[in-house]
Design a binder for this molecule. Structure first.
Ligand code: FES
Length: 107
């Protein structure tokens, strides 16, 4: 929708952490991981492009998330892989913060 899907309140995701929002909530084909990197929020498809790992369980730092399984890193803004073993991007989604609430626009 044009207003986006509310996934959390700002305080729900501490800095350096992420929340996995199930596909059933957003209507998207994959769970969406919403990251808080030093107060800026990003959203990517939750499943790593290299294997069955949840990026929401990865390490968030410096505009990137590191996959918890084999340590590929993805740009939080674009979803592009920054190092091996991942070679494919994960989809990125627009995030909006309104009145302390976080909205994702699955795209
Ligand atoms: Fe993510 Fe292998 S599953 S790097």
């Amino acid at each position: 929708t044009s207003t986006g899907i509310r996934v959390a309140a700002e305080g729900d995701i501490p800095e350096g952490e992420a929340l996995a929002v199930p596909a059933g909530v957003t209507g998207h084909t994959d769970a969406i991981a919403v990251f808080n990197d030093e107060g800026t929020y990003y959203a990517l498809d939750d499943t790593c492009s290299h294997g069955q790992a949840s990026l929401a369980e990865g390490w968030v730092e410096g505009g990137e998330v590191e996959c918890p399984l084999h340590s590929a890193r993805f740009c939080l803004r674009t979803g592009k892989p920054q190092c091996m073993p991942a070679t494919d991007a994960v989809r990125s989604h627009r995030v909006e913060v309104r009145d302390g609430e976080i909205f994702v626009h699955p795209g």
